[in-house]
Design a protein around this ligand. Structure first.
Ligand SMILES: Cc1cc2nc3c(=O)[nH]c(=O)nc-3n(C[C@H](O)[C@H](O)[C@H](O)COP(=O)(O)OP(=O)(O)OC[C@H]3O[C@@H](n4cnc5c(N)ncnc54)[C@H](O)[C@@H]3O)c2cc1C
Length: 478
């Protein structure tokens, strides 16, 4: 370590304590991304315990001209939360700041520190008799700060919106080390520009979220989950339309899963059973997982749910279906859906896309893009699943069965991405529905975002963080 580096490390140790500035030993957990695609090198990993400490760390780094990578659970999928390879960036890990500060039952809000793990927040809400609805497969590790910084979506967006819609206020440390206290929990506040909305989804490039006030909901009285086999993606869209009409606001989740994506689950997790994908003649190419949660009685909700499925059979958009009889069956069905990304990771490195397209256009997009990919790369395997209710597909591309997954990623990623993102653009969609841009898609953003939008984004970054202290090169390249 150079003398200049030491001149920063010493004050950092004074701010957060000797043991919370890591410079040696195995730093893989902070330096490598979740998918093990990339590995950076940190000057130090700094673990503050309070907002004041975060502010002091930011001031010290800014004064030393050292940039900062904010990090929560490091489950992000856009390579935005790890340092670059220079060894010159400080990783600021928020995980020690994990307290639930307060819960206001009358205001239906909870204020938590940014490093609070999503599952802990869900549990704290449940213990107090409320629902915190944000839910995604990484919930045991991701943090509320990371959820907000990436505007995470997940499986309940249809009913409750994404992280942005669930957030009523933020506490943020600016790139200059000032503290903006904005956790008022107001549902109405029209006093000028919405700074909360600017910070949400900014992926650690405009400010460090240290706390947030989030919305709570009453726990639903009844929750019903069904798994349906559908003959085609067109039929899945038709079923979604029926579900909207029959269930109204009760429709909470609507996930679609391709057969190949589902087949990876029992392959890598043999204890799991997946309905309707037996590899037999006529096995369904797509399955749908749908959920209704409501405040009406379980009997009443079940009647409506069953009426929906009857109608769906009548119209031929469902070929088989099961309704979970109890919570543990429902959990098992959701567990299958949530295991797909993990099973896919076990299958080997792959090219991930997290796109959104108007629901009505998804079947045509998939048919056209599948055909293009299969023509370009014979034998390519398409791992297709996602939040169809939100028009969001994880349109992932896996090497041919006999191919080398790492070599495939290395050699084909750019070509595959160009093909997929150009198709997304032709269909009027977005190249990132959930995971964000990070460093992975920063060059693609330049191609697919309007030049006017890009120049407004650059102006905002330049105004708030003129010295590029926070997460440089992420979202916007230098
Ligand atoms: C198995 C799996 C399933 C997933 N499913 C979904 C899904 O359904 N929907 C979805 O949207 N995402 C999903 N993700 C992606 C990921 O979990 C989310 O992006 C999550 O919100 C990231 O939270 P984190 O705490 O891990 O953030 P990190 O990975 O640590 O960071 C992500 C980004 O946020 C920034 N950041 C983190 N904390 C802060 C902070 N306090 N202040 C400012 N910036 C910060 C980082 O700099 C980085 O740019 C999934 C990931 C995995 C591994």
């Amino acid at each position: 370590m150079t003398t200049t580096d030491q001149q920063l490390i010493d004050p950092l140790r004074r701010i957060v304590g000797e043991h919370n500035v890591l410079t040696e030993g195995d730093l893989t957990a902070w330096e490598q991304d979740w998918r093990k695609r990339e590995r950076g090198k940190a000057l130090a990993v700094v673990r503050p315990a309070s907002t004041a400490q975060v502010a002091d760390v930011v001031k010290a780094c800014a004064a030393a001209g050292v940039s900062i990578v904010p990090q929560g659970g490091n489950t992000g999928l856009a390579v935005g939360s790890i340092p670059d390879a220079s060894g010159r960036q400080v990783v600021l890990s928020l995980t020690r700041m994990n307290a639930v500060r307060s819960l206001d039952a009358a205001n239906l809000t909870v204020t938590v520190e940014a490093g609070c793990v999503l599952q802990s927040l869900q549990e704290a809400a449940r213990t107090a008799g409320f629902l915190f609805p944000l839910s995604l497969a990484a919930e045991g590790s991701c943090t509320i700060g990371g959820n907000l910084a990436t505007n995470a979506g997940g499986t309940q967006v249809l009913r409750y919106g994404n992280a942005r819609e669930l957030c009523l206020g933020l506490e943020v440390v600016t790139p200059q080390g000032e503290i903006w206290e904005g956790t008022s929990g107001l549902r109405k506040d029209n006093t000028g520009y919405d700074l909360r909305d600017l910070i949400v989804g900014s992926e650690g490039t405009l400010g460090i979220i240290t706390a947030a006030t989030m919305k709570l909901y009453p726990l639903p009285a009844a929750r019903l989950t069904a798994w349906a086999a559908v003959p085609s993606l067109e039929h899945a869209v038709q079923l979604l339309g029926l579900a909207h009409r029959h269930l109204g606001a009760g429709l909470t989740g609507f996930e679609v899963m391709g057969r190949f994506a589902l087949s990876l689950v029992p392959k890598h997790f043999p204890a799991q059973r997946v309905p309707f994908i037996a590899d037999s003649e006529g096995a369904s190419p797509w399955c749908v997982l749908l959920e209704n949660s409501d405040n009406e009685s379980e009997d009443h909700a079940r009647q409506r749910f069953e009426a929906l499925l009857e109608k769906a059979f009548e119209e031929g958009c469902v070929s088989d279906a099961v309704v979970a009889e109890n919570l543990s069956q429902a959990k098992a069905l959701w567990h299958v859906r949530e295991s797909i990304p993990l099973a896919q990771a076990e299958e080997g490195l792959n090219i991930k896309h997290d796109i959104s397209i108007a629901v009505s256009r998804i079947p045509a997009f998939v048919a056209e893009t599948d055909a293009l990919l299969e023509k370009e790369i014979p034998g390519v395997r398409l791992v297709n699943f996602g939040h169809l209710g939100d028009g969001n597909l994880h349109y992932n591309v896996q090497a041919p069965a006999d191919g080398d997954a790492r070599a495939f990623l290395l050699n084909e990623e750019e070509r595959v991405n160009t093909l997929v993102y150009d198709a997304v653009q032709r269909f009027g969609g977005s190249i990132s529905a959930e995971h964000g841009i990070g460093s992975l898609k920063a060059h693609k953003l330049e191609k697919h975002k309007s030049p006017v939008a890009l120049s407004m984004m650059r102006a905002i970054k330049g105004a708030l963080d003129p010295n590029n202290t926070l997460n440089p090169g992420r979202v916007l390249r230098a």
